[in-house]
Design a binder for this molecule. Structure first.
Ligand SMILES: *[C@@H]1O[C@H](CO)[C@@H](O)[C@H](O)[C@H]1NC(C)=O
Ligand SMILES: *[C@@H]1O[C@H](CO)[C@@H](O)[C@H](O)[C@H]1NC(C)=O
Ligand SMILES: *[C@@H]1O[C@H](CO)[C@@H](O)[C@H](O)[C@H]1NC(C)=O
Ligand SMILES: *[C@@H]1O[C@H](CO)[C@@H](O)[C@H](O)[C@H]1NC(C)=O
Ligand SMILES: *[C@@H]1O[C@H](CO)[C@@H](O)[C@H](O)[C@H]1NC(C)=O
Ligand SMILES: *[C@@H]1O[C@H](CO)[C@@H](O)[C@H](O)[C@H]1NC(C)=O
Length: 513
């Protein structure tokens, strides 16, 4: 997950899970036969080998080396680059149908365009073959925040239209080389959060923003314009890659292509007209900004009205390319938030502002990403699925990320994560029973990966990775046992607590939450 802060204070709710696991009220057999259960990671967060075998840096490398993740880096991460066989074995033991991972553009094409790195090519071929030979479907994301640094330096990456051509060529290499075995392609991960965090708040790579906005002091950027420009190019690049796939590959490779967005759910704080209207505005900005062009061919009216000339207009041919350019929509969902109308936002108060697009939204969320152990709000995920059904024509949906953030802990007894999974998976089942076209569910994350803002301080993994062990041994948490029992149709058997005995605890700076 990419954790992102909006402009309001932290609101922490601890939800104490019940400790005993009663028999589940549902089983895997209640889901459609072809429903996919998996778990996910992304390249920079797990691979390691950042400087090996010809990989060049991405914007993410620069960010973490400048202290973006409190000193933690992806130089080694979970070393999946060398340990992929062991990891695939764990996936088999867990009973996953599918593994969601991303391809590091700068490992495959170190110059951003042009020659393919044979060692990068070999790595992804090996990983994909290992998955396929164990009956696990590869679900592959092409861009997960890690733009080759050379392209950022050359033309400011997503701010330039040149990205559309380079991204399409990168995608072409992936389809050509791996597409015979990859069933599901996702062009972009969380484009809607990427533009806010990367170009408005400046809290994520490429860390652009302009005063008075910005989560950190920024040296370059333009918070008022750039999020909309980058967003436009993301949509055009997605559409271009999807079109290429459909024209050149789909008929013979029989796969599917889609796009991923971060999907908060929003509920009005009160039932006043103002809060209800503000809640719709929040949905338009967070979901509609990307989904409306994809489904209807243009940005939502509210977004166009509030952003004015700062948001690029689609030409007729762009609109035609973007509209309908997907086989599925993938969402990342963690929690819901309550919305209160906030006309004050239109009066500039410099000290409060981290986000200029936030001004355009004119609302005040009442809770932020909870630090750890978010409250259980499965109705939020159901709300998103229902909204996609009613407003966007019920497209095929993959839930790409859902999971519980906890402090990294040597205890493997993650009972509250198990509770979270139980209620959210149950919520998905309810949504399907009410007609949602949801086709799959992926837990974030398979391992305790490098988290983008927290480094190794927080974790979402089914498997703990012992970073003090030179071999980076993986240990199943209770959640891994629970998921496995669920997937293998066994009763919850494990009561799990194996504590890893260590001289040294990796929790030394866990207090910085
Ligand atoms: C942002 O870009 C707009 C349009 O080019 C310009 O008018 C404005 O001054 C810029 N703002 C900053 C902070 O650079
Ligand atoms: C708003 O109205 C709905 C429908 O009547 C109700 O379910 C909900 O609890 C109300 N919300 C608040 C905050 O009062
Ligand atoms: C780690 O887990 C143990 C056992 O559940 C708990 O007692 C302890 O408070 C946790 N530590 C942190 C830092 O979360
Ligand atoms: C179930 O679907 C119906 C028809 O689309 C809709 O009216 C209703 O609100 C949905 N129920 C829930 C709980 O989402
Ligand atoms: C699982 O538990 C339920 C209720 O406790 C029991 O009826 C059922 O037989 C058990 N199934 C298996 C496979 O052990
Ligand atoms: C795991 O944690 C739960 C609650 O946090 C506790 O009730 C349970 O006893 C623990 N299990 C073991 C085996 O320690």
């Amino acid at each position: 997950m990419v954790r992102h802060r909006l402009s309001f204070s932290l609101f922490l709710l601890l939800n104490l899970a019940t400790t005993a696991f009663s028999a589940l009220k549902f089983s895997r057999d209640d889901f459609p036969d072809d429903f996919i259960f998996g778990a996910g990671t992304s390249a920079y967060q797990v691979e390691g080998a950042a400087n090996q075998d010809g990989r060049s840096p991405s914007t993410w490398d620069t960010f973490v080396h400048a202290g973006g993740t409190h000193g933690a880096t992806g130089d080694i991460a979970c070393d999946q680059y060398h340990k992929y066989k062991e990891d695939v074995k764990l996936m088999v033991e867990t009973g996953l149908d599918a593994y969601r991972f991303s391809i590091s553009w700068s490992r495959l094409i170190p110059n951003g365009r042009g020659p393919v790195n044979p060692k990068g090519l070999a790595y992804y071929n090996n990983l994909i073959n290992e998955l396929i030979s164990h009956g696990i479907q590869p679900h592959v994301t092409l861009f997960h925040v890690d733009l080759p640094l050379v392209l950022e330096d050359e033309y400011e990456g997503w701010l330039s239209r040149r990205i559309v051509k380079d991204f399409t060529e990168f995608a072409d290499v992936c389809f050509r080389e791996f597409g015979d075995r990859v069933s599901h392609w996702t062009t972009l991960n969380e484009g809607n959060v990427f533009v806010l965090a990367g170009y408005d708040m400046g809290s994520l790579p490429p860390q652009r923003c302009s005063p008075p906005f910005g989560y950190r002091p920024c040296t370059k950027g333009n918070s008022s314009f750039e999020p909309y420009i980058a967003g436009h190019h993301l949509l055009l690049a997605h559409a271009s890659a999807a079109r290429l796939y459909k024209k050149k590959y789909q008929a013979k490779q029989h796969g599917f292509i889609g796009i991923n967005i971060f999907a908060y759910w929003f509920a009005p704080l009160t039932n006043t007209t103002e809060d209800i209207t503000a809640t719709q505005r929040a949905k338009d900005f967070y979901l509609g900004w990307f989904l409306d062009p994809l489904v209807f061919g243009d940005y939502p009216e509210t977004v166009k009205k509030n952003a004015g000339t700062r948001i690029p207009a689609f030409t007729t041919s762009e609109s035609k390319q973007v509209k309908g350019s997907f086989d599925f929509i993938a969402i990342n969902h963690y929690f819901a938030t309550y919305i209160k109308d906030n006309p004050e936002k239109l009066k500039i108060d410099e000290r409060d502002f981290e986000l200029d697009v936030g001004t355009d939204m004119i609302f005040k969320p009442q809770n932020d990403v909870p630090a750890v152990q978010p409250p259980l709000m499965p109705w939020g995920l159901q709300g998103v699925l229902e909204y996609l059904k009613q407003v966007y024509g019920n497209p095929p949906i993959y839930i790409h990320e859902n999971g519980m953030r906890m402090q990294r802990n040597t205890s493997l007894n993650d009972t509250s994560r198990v509770k979270y999974m139980e209620v959210y998976i149950g919520g998905v089942l309810d949504a399907i029973r009410n007609g949602s076209n949801t086709r799959g569910y992926f837990i974030w994350s398979f391992l305790d990966v490098l988290e983008l803002l927290d480094g190794f301080e927080s974790s979402y993994g089914l498997y703990y990775v012992d970073l003090d062990d030179p071999d980076l041994k993986r240990y199943p948490k209770l959640s891994a046992h629970w998921y496995s029992d669920f997937l293998k149709r066994r009763n919850m058997s494990s009561d799990g607590d194996i504590r890893i005995e260590k001289n040294k605890t990796p929790l030394s700076n866990a207090q910085s939450f």
